[in-house]
Design a protein around this ligand. Sequence first.
Ligand code: ZN
Length: 350
Amino acid sequence: MIRILFTPAFAIMILISTSFTTSYDLTDQVNNESEVNDGPYIFIDSDSSGILKSIRNGEIVTDTVALKKTSFANEPSEFAGADKIAILSDIHGQIDVLQELLKANDIIDQKNNWSFDKGHFVIVGDVFDRGPKVTETLWFIFKLEEQAELAGGKVHYLMGNHEYMALHNDLRYIHEKYYKTSELLNTSYPDLFSVNTVLGRWLRSKSTIIKINDNLFVHGGLSNEFMSMGLSLDEANDRYRKSFEMTRDEIRASEDYNGLYSSSSPIWYRGYFAGKKGMTESDFQNILSFLDANQIIVGHTSYKKVKSGYDKRLYVVDSSIKIGKSGELLLIENGKYYRCKFDGKRKLLN
Ligand code: ZN
């Protein structure tokens, strides 16, 4: 549980924990579009304190905060016994669409708090880039993760190509507002998520490929080229975590790491959607067998709705939330796979 308090004690209290009285909520959204509003970003000073920086109506707000937790254990790669799993991807800073979709499907309540009981909620990458509310989305997921944990559920935020791009200083897709944030805070965009920040350490604890029950989850997909690297899920996730600290040149020059960033890598692959040029049915089945799984769920390749492929062994959940209008999620419950729409209606897919 993370509790972040301003010091001195009588000053405003910042919190994620529900056990405190809220006077400043990290997930609070400011809707004044004419001025830059962003943050907070919390830079860790010591094991127990940090400097909080926000931008409110174009002005920097700085405060010292007490931190109850400054490290995050690496997420495991495999989970068993999940009764229900909700999955979506490619949010790209569209928190309003995300929250409306989650409300319509009873994953969160009307106040944006977890209401999915012991369920697992998987975000299959790409919260970063394109849209204007990336920071708000990150803190919302951060809060939801803590609430899910308390309820016996779980949030899994997997890293996509856009997480790795932004954190490796490839800023081609960031919303223009984040250039202003960087300028005002006098720091590069990736340094807002460095290993010395709360969000940066939290992101570095995340996985890129996970398995829940007999389902594999990965942003782009698992290709033959990636499989030939011979990595276990743990090894792949650890290698991705280490790559956060490498430059793009270092990654390109390393045989061990280059395959994690190529067009056939788990975060970029589109071979499941390439028709005759793509992965064959038998190769797809071989990958499932090798990893002792029955389904693969991916994002990254955008459609209007949640779809299935490979004889209902593949599900793609990028339903174009990034456009900022609507979206869908996939629900797995009792062996059934449902396409859950923006209005809360469901359609059985298998
Ligand atoms: Zn992507």
